[in-house]
Design a binder for this molecule. Structure first.
Ligand code: ZN
Length: 437
């Protein structure tokens, strides 16, 4: 029977649709570009209402918001958990509560792309208890949970934290449950691609992608196979899932590992001095520079053993500055001399000569673009979530130590004062009453 015109059109349309679906699936198998998400329209109030009463005003601080290219003395009005105003002056009678931030630095709440803020799992710490020393209002759990331990993150850590949490799902089904010496990839059978992909695809609001650690005592004889499986799981999960790959004493040739990373994947511990470093004999590996140039995200992940000034300095000079500054804070690293709280790690980059605006961008706006889930995150734009960090930028001699006992002196440090998440301060007054959220 001849094919009717309609059935031809239907079948060719179906084929075209199938082709478009395939093209979309292929596109979604790649990591998302880091894209700005402008703040939404404010909800529940009109920001131009001259009688608008703010629930909280942060007054008189030096506001620094890289997304707005703003640095100057401003008052910030907050209402309904959103930024409602950024103005040169907000009259006192328009604020229910007021924080005097005179002489302080006021930035978007800090965003830490590499943390272990998932208690009851390996090295995890309780996120909210850290805020007083971190000013971190958004944090990413870097593979604390794998497919078999995801419930600890999803059902315990996430709902109990006011800190905004996201996660990379470990390619190993046990995640980091074993603590400091888990060897979670000694048994390659734990790297179950389908089950990891299932968790990532079922949790689009929180799971950013897949975590893998390539260190010789973690992977044993399995070499780069865990990374290959992590990439496969991310591709299978779609939704532009990323891979976050940890390095430091990786087996084999580090260039082989770097060549596998896709644009939009995250290299963490980029300045590790733990062995097989991105800088060898004083030279940045060409494969590391190539990775940076094709859009692999260069993350710091300081931690307790993964930041070396003698790697960071030549790497930055030779074209591989960090895209994101992160702490790798966990229950071991926080007790080490390198003291990896995010403001302290940021201060080390001030000492390395990075301007304050760039340092703040790499711990607010840049990681927000990589998270890519929350409009306005990492900004103080009107309508954005009212997540704010108040810190002191203290002038004076200061000494920093890395994780290999190299020391550097600086002239400034960032010291946390107060953090605010969705309009509610952490840990000290003024606190809203009733305290509900
Ligand atoms: Zn880590």
């Amino acid at each position: 029977m001849d094919m009717s015109r309609r059935s031809f059109i239907v079948s060719s349309t179906a084929a075209a649709a199938a082709g478009a679906a395939l093209a979309q699936a292929q596109a979604e198998a790649q990591p998302a570009p880091a894209q700005p998400m402008p703040a939404p329209m404010p909800r529940g109030f009109n920001p131009s209402d001259p009688a608008l009463k703010y629930e909280l005003v942060i007054a008189g601080g030096e506001v620094l918001d890289p997304s707005l290219r703003l640095r100057g003395k401003r008052d910030i009005g907050i209402k309904n958990g959103q930024i409602a105003a950024v103005a040169t002056s907000i009259p006192a009678d328009r604020a229910v509560q007021r924080i005097d931030a005179t002489g302080k630095l006021v930035t978007p709440g800090l965003i830490d792309l590499h943390t272990h803020l998932c208690p009851h799992l390996g090295l995890g710490l309780p996120a909210d208890e850290m805020v007083g020393i971190t000013c971190t209002t958004t944090a990413v759990s870097a593979g604390d949970a794998g497919a078999n331990t995801w419930g600890v993150f999803h059902h315990l850590a996430l709902p109990q934290s006011r800190t905004r949490l996201f996660a990379f799902v470990h390619i190993s089904s046990i995640g980091l449950a074993g603590g400091l010496a888990p060897g979670e990839m000694l048994n390659i059978d734990y790297a179950d691609v389908d089950r990891c992909a299932k968790v990532v695809s079922e949790n689009p609001d929180t799971a950013l992608g897949v975590k893998v650690r390539i260190t010789d005592n973690v992977v044993g004889q399995n070499g780069l196979e865990p990374l290959r499986r992590a990439i496969r799981a991310a591709e299978l999960a779609g939704r532009n899932a990323r891979v976050m790959c940890h390095i430091g004493a990786a087996p084999g040739n580090l260039s082989d590992l770097l060549d596998l990373l896709r644009p939009g994947d995250v290299l963490t511990h980029s300045y590790s001095g733990a062995g097989n470093n991105t800088v060898q004999n004083g030279q940045l590996l060409p494969a590391a520079l190539a990775a940076k140039k094709r859009g692999v995200i260069i993350d710091v992940g300081h931690g307790g053993g993964s930041f070396d000034f003698t790697v960071a300095e030549p790497a930055m000079q030779q074209g591989m500055p960090p895209d994101t500054i992160s702490s790798d804070i966990h229950s071991v690293s926080i007790n080490t001399p390198g003291y990896p709280t995010l403001p302290w790690v940021m201060s080390k980059f001030l000492a390395l000569g990075m301007p304050l605006e760039e340092v703040v961008a790499r711990a607010t706006w840049e990681p927000a673009k990589i998270i890519g889930r929350v409009p306005g995150l990492g900004t103080l734009q009107v309508g954005a979530p009212a997540d704010v960090a108040i810190m002191e930028l203290i002038d004076g001699p200061v000494e920093f130590v890395d994780t290999r006992n190299n020391k550097r002196s600086g002239t400034k440090k960032l010291v946390p004062v107060l953090a605010i998440r969705a309009g509610r301060p952490f840990g000290r007054p003024p606190l809203p009453t009733p305290f509900i959220y």
